[in-house]
Design a protein around this ligand. Structure first.
Ligand code: PLP
Length: 358
């Protein structure tokens, strides 16, 4: 083979279709009404970019945002976002006072978190959402801890240190039977808390999966993540079948063309940019209107087989997108790489520029 051409410093890019995001949020919000949408923008909005996604989601009907940790909430506040924000991942270094004074609502699942709020010196009550574990076993108070947590929160509320806003939990989404058992557990925990004097303005339980398929789990609002980005939370359906449009299209330029018995094209994107190395033998990407099998993936580049077809340096390959130009969706790519669409989009490296359209 001979190298016929090459260029320097080509860049891959992730094109973010904000119209698709708005479509998905509006579609999901209509589905769950009168419940509302809390859009999950954790992990830099699943790799799509925190602020543009937050703004587009709010335009399309989301009424609050889930940010995971206080610093991400502060970024949104500094950008002028005024809607309710919920942060629930706290650690040793959490700046509780900054979060409370920026009016970031706090998911609370343990006594040490209430102690930290009481000691924070914040100039106003912390607005808290008390989280109970209903089977997922991921940062919620156990049913044994729950009554103690409620008593402590009610006491702090009477002293003006917190305002109890909600009770909440997170479903495992492993099976419908599991989620129904968790729903019953949640209702029971809410009743128990009310008997201990807690009053909740809101209840919330569902993420994308139960938000779509389990109307009785919608309560005050649904915390939509993956579905808003265009992907199905279910194994047995695609995002398209749910009326959703993938928001991210991952593109890379052809940087070298090797012409021989068959044309091999090198693309300027690799595993350092988030391209999976698993399942390569099954994987194909879209180039000049055709699917091209992937041959290898290196750190900064990958090689694909364009067969007998003409390819030029500077042509644009699509690794995944909405599927409308024949390219794979991230759901499809994830199948090949034995992962999920969430990981495909969230895993696109920060060094890949996000380009916003629509
Ligand atoms: C990530 C997350 C969500 C969104 O989940 P999806 O399945 O992506 O919709 C909702 N709630 C919590 C607590 C989360 O961590």
């Amino acid at each position: 083979m001979t190298i016929v051409d090459a260029v320097a410093e080509p860049l891959p890019r992730a094109v973010i279709d904000l119209a698709a995001l708005r479509h998905n949020v509006a579609h999901l919000t209509a589905l769950i009404a009168p419940a509302e949408t809390m859009l999950a923008v954790k992990a830099d909005a699943y790799g799509h970019g925190l602020l543009p996604i937050a703004e587009a989601g709010l335009e399309a009907g989301a009424t609050s945002l889930a940010v995971l940790e206080i610093p991400a909430g502060l970024v949104l506040r500094h950008a002028g976002i005024t809607v309710p924000l919920l942060a629930w991942l706290h650690g040793r270094d959490t700046d509780w006072r900054a979060g409370i004074e920026a009016d970031i609502q706090l998911g609370i699942s343990a006594q040490w978190q209430l102690d930290a709020i009481a000691a924070s010196g914040a100039d106003r009550p912390a607005v808290i959402h008390l989280k109970v574990d209903t089977g997922l076993s991921r940062n919620g108070a156990t049913r044994e801890e729950w009554p103690g947590l409620i008593r402590a929160a009610v006491d702090l509320e009477q002293r003006g240190i917190v305002r109890i806003r909600a009770a909440w939990s997170h479903l495992a989404d492993a099976s419908i039977a599991d989620d129904e058992a968790a729903l019953a557990e949640f209702r029971d925990a809410v009743l128990e808390a009310e008997k201990l004097g807690a009053r909740f303005e809101a209840l919330h339980l569902a993420a994308s999966s139960a938000g779509i398929r389990m109307p009785e789990a919608r309560f005050s609002f649904v915390r939509f993540g993956i579905a808003a980005y265009g992907f199905s939370p279910f194994d047995d359906s695609t995002g398209a079948e749910l009326g959703l449009i993938p928001v991210m299209r991952l593109e890379a330029p052809v940087t070298e063309v090797h012409v021989g018995g068959t044309t091999h094209a090198r693309l300027g994107i690799g595993y350092a940019d988030g391209v999976p190395t698993l399942g390569i033998a099954k994987t194909s990407i879209q180039l000049n209107g055709r699917r091209c099998p992937v041959i290898e993936v290196d750190a900064d580049s990958m090689l694909v087989d364009a067969g007998p077809h003409r390819v030029e340096v500077g042509d644009t390959a699509i690794l995944f997108g909405p599927g409308t130009d024949g390219e794979p969706t991230a759901e499809k790519y994830a199948d090949w790489a034995e992962t999920i669409a969430d990981e495909m989009v969230t895993g696109v490296a920060a060094r890949v520029p996000r380009v916003y359209v629509n």
